[in-house]
Design a binder for this molecule. Structure first.
Ligand code: GLC
Length: 480
């Protein structure tokens, strides 16, 4: 039996800020389901304050000790919980993870996640789970791969552990001042060449070098990050290591995102019986005090309001789009300039637009269920889950052809009465193309027969994890 340990900063339903939480909350169970008793997949993450008491009460403390990180000696507690058929471990330390508010983005994140990674590696013999594969996700878990290679492999108990490092977004690399290599990360100056890149400590770069396999979350992104346009400086590194680079498209959790059973939305519906989708639109129009009309297309944008999500394409065309008979719903927070723009946009179009500058998972589901067209004009997108969720809820995606968007949404066209593709796509980073494709989607929506055909097809497109779980197993097999 192959033992796999996922190491990452967030996992649903315990604590999450974005797509990483979705993936770590669903992929382990999917691999387990696919490979059955050939595999034992477990997950380890920090025990944040945000993890609810309902889960905490069910946890069992299985290990308590301390770890040494440079000159610090700090408490570590490991709590264990079985959830959805998967064993989850939580690293408990009040000082680092017991804080109110955001999961990360704190001044001492470098120290917090160095501690987390050291705690993960040091506890393995005592929790009786030395994995065959340590599968670390994003920069917060990069040091687990690095410490394994440079420190722990010398211990016979860790000698056979292989490592995989998955990049969910290459933009966030974990960069620090080289002066803190010893005092914070506990590594001697002989590791400067490994740890440093472009004058900074770069945790992602070092993990790419140390791991046995590096993967990212779509085949197209795996190719893109070898070029300077997408790599945020790491293309040389990825070209050097390309033999061990893989791209596997994410899926979505089909139980969590299921319009047929979702308890959050106003009315349940399915690809076979889509009529009740309209009740969700009506409920949202009422809740947001928009005119209640079935005959107006509702367009949604649910996104972090940051540049790489394509906000610079959306903002110049938003007013022009709203000259048409449409409704627009925006949900998300981010950079102040975009948040301000959204407030202004709503102010100028009180009868048509609602811009909710907040993030709320339940609200996002209500919008997916209500909207007809979903915009995702990302400048870069490692995978993107929203286009898949929108599709499952019957909204027509309009996306830019990049990363996982390119791999999951194919352009719609019709030939001899047959329809092809599952959305509207455009190639260039140009707001005119976003405008034109959105108008094309609006045009199609007004043609009831065509709309019905396309929406049914979109809702039936398979974005479940099945095929990808198999690819993860194949990748693990390649390591042995
Ligand atoms: C990151 C990426 C997103 C991806 C998610 C899960 O949030 O930006 O594209 O879907 O990770 O892998």
């Amino acid at each position: 039996m192959r033992r796999i340990l996922f190491v990452g900063a967030e996992a649903l339903p315990f604590a999450a800020t974005g797509g990483l939480g979705d993936v770590l909350g669903s992929l382990p169970a999917e691999i387990q389901k696919y490979a059955g008793d050939q595999v034992d997949v477990r997950v380890i993450m920090p025990l944040y304050r945000a993890v609810s008491d309902a889960y905490r009460e069910k946890m069992e403390t299985i290990y308590e000790s301390s770890v040494k990180l440079s000159w610090r000696e700090v408490y570590v507690g490991i709590r264990k919980l079985e959830h959805n058929g998967i064993t989850y471990y939580f690293v408990d330390n009040e000082q680092y993870f017991g804080r109110e508010g955001k999961l990360y983005g704190h001044f001492d994140d470098g120290e917090r996640f160095a501690y987390f990674c050291e705690a993960v590696l040091s506890c393995l013999p005592y929790i009786d789970f030395i994995p065959d594969v340590l599968h670390a996700h994003d920069w917060q878990a990069a040091l687990a791969v690095i410490y394994l290679k440079v420190k722990y492999k010398k211990d016979w108990r860790y000698g056979r552990v292989k490592s995989v490092f998955t990049i969910h977004n290459i933009e966030y690399q974990g960069k620090y001042d080289p002066y803190i290599l010893g005092s914070l990360f506990g590594l001697g100056n002989e590791y400067l060449p490994l740890m440093c890149y472009d004058g900074c400590i770069n945790l992602m770069k070092a993990a790419i070098e140390c791991c046995d396999m590096v993967s990212t979350v779509s085949p197209t992104y795996a190719a893109e990050i070898k070029s300077p346009t997408f790599s945020h400086g790491l293309h040389h590194e990825l070209i050097k290591e390309q033999n061990k680079l893989r791209g596997i498209l994410n899926g979505i959790d089909y139980d969590l995102y299921n319009p047929e059973t979702d308890p959050i939305i106003a009315a349940n519906y399915s690809a076979k019986a889509p009529a009740k989708k309209a009740a969700n639109k009506k409920a949202l129009q009422e809740a947001l005090a928009l005119p209640v009309r079935e005959d107006v297309p509702m367009i949604a944008l649910i996104s972090r309001l940051v540049a790489h999500k394509g906000l610079d394409l959306f903002t110049p065309i938003a007013d022009k789009l709203l000259e048409q008979d449409i409704q627009l719903i925006v949900l998300g927070m981010g950079d102040e300039k975009y948040e301000d723009f959204m407030h202004g946009l709503e102010g100028r179009h009180r009868d048509k637009a609602r811009c909710l500058v907040l993030y709320n998972r339940d609200m996002s589901k209500k919008i997916y269920a209500a909207c007809d067209i979903f915009l995702m004009p990302s400048k870069s997108e490692p995978c993107g889950l929203s286009q898949m969720i929108a599709s499952r809820y019957g909204a027509i995606p309009v996306v830019r052809e990049t990363g996982g968007l390119f791999d999951s949404i194919k352009p719609y066209y019709e030939e001899n009465g047959e329809i092809y593709g599952n959305g509207f796509t455009f190639a260039n980073y140009y707001s005119g193309e976003l405008f034109e494709r959105t108008c094309a989607a609006i045009g199609l929506w007004h043609d009831k027969a065509k709309r019905k055909k396309l929406v049914t097809k979109i809702m039936k497109t398979d974005f479940s994890w099945g095929a990808s779980a198999q690819k993860y197993m194949q990748m693990y097999d390649e390591l042995f």
